[in-house]
Write a new protein. Structure first.
Ligand SMILES: [Fe+2]
Length: 314
């Protein structure tokens, strides 16, 4: 056996047709079960975005967007907070309009502070602090602030970029404009607490959906949005799932998470990432009900029957 002979098929480089008769044949590459499944991807960073939040909220900041971008760490050729999800903060000064047109199938917007309105196609939604909007992708949005405003905006742009596909044409997105007011979400959370739950139910989260996504319990086929909460002294049972979680800390004094055994202290308005499959629990040592808004790529895993949810404390 010569020295250059591979020891096993794992040592083979990508093979090509020796004598291609066309460009199409020349483009073909051949791998095998030894060398095709050893691609090493970098792990999903599980840190928090506090600088982007501080910049968006800083008094001197002009109207602009701040992406929570980990594309370098993820080795992605497009902006991404996690492989399929991108979060941003938007600052919009009073009387300014910020126009966005994300290459996504839909857009989730939470109002951190301020009030104003968003025009999307024929519809105009008037929003205030604590409201949440879901907007269809493929249509430009004009966000006009009445008072100095900060928004948290999450999309599935990386999912479309990964596939190299365009956003849906106008009118063909999987959602219409949907408005969840802060007051109604509070009422719905109070209802959840007043009825109570068993220990087999994973937390006291309010899951947001819409008429068109009612069957999926999502806001978009792939994105799941939950307003999660934790009472003072509460601990969410340690669990894991295959979806990644991108969360905005709304109220979380003296709260922390434990992710794969590591403590992560919460900071208000930070965006935190819980990597897919990581074991995690949340702890509220404060005196107020903790609130955190979670966007997950859960729809993909439900659809593929691969959510992999499990409690890990038994
Ligand atoms: Fe979770």
């Amino acid at each position: 056996m010569s020295e250059s002979m591979p020891r096993t098929i794992a040592d083979l480089p990508a093979q090509r047709a020796a004598t291609p008769r066309s460009k199409a044949e020349a483009r073909a590459r051949y791998f095998n079960s030894g060398n095709a499944f050893n691609v090493k991807l970098s792990p999903i960073p599980g840190d928090s975005f506090t600088e982007e939040a501080a910049l968006a909220l800083h008094p001197d900041t002009r109207s602009t967007l701040f992406a929570c971008d980990r594309s370098r760490e993820l080795q992605c050729p497009f902006p991404a907070t996690t492989p399929l999800v991108l979060a941003r903060y938007a600052r919009i000064l009073a009387n300014d309009t910020l126009c966005t047109n994300f290459a996504a199938s839909g857009v989730v917007v939470y109002v951190i502070r301020g009030d104003g309105s968003t025009r999307c196609g024929e519809e105009n939604v008037v929003w205030a602090t604590g409201d949440l909007l879901v907007l269809p992708g493929g249509i430009a949005q004009a966000h006009t602030a009445t008072s100095d405003s900060v928004l948290w905006i999450v999309t599935n742009e990386p999912q479309l970029s990964f596939e190299g596909v365009r956003p849906p044409a106008a009118g063909e997105a999987p959602t219409d404009v949907v408005h969840f007011t802060g007051a109604e979400m509070e009422k719905q959370i109070d209802l959840i607490y007043s009825i109570g739950r068993t220990n087999e139910i994973a937390g006291s989260a309010l899951i947001l959906s819409s008429d068109r996504q009612e069957a999926s319990r999502n806001v978009l086929p792939t994105l799941t949005v939950a307003m999660n909460s934790l009472p003072p002294g509460g601990v969410q049972r340690p669990h894991r799932h295959n979806s990644v979680a991108v969360a905005l800390i709304i109220q979380g004094e003296n709260c922390h998470s434990v992710v794969d055994g590591k403590r992560k202290d919460w900071a208000q308005w930070a965006t935190t990432v819980t990597p897919a499959t990581a074991t995690h629990s949340h702890v509220n040592n404060g005196s107020e009900r903790a609130k955190f808004l979670i966007v997950q790529d859960g729809g993909i895993y439900y659809h593929t029957r691969a959510m992999g949810f499990e409690f890990v404390d038994r």
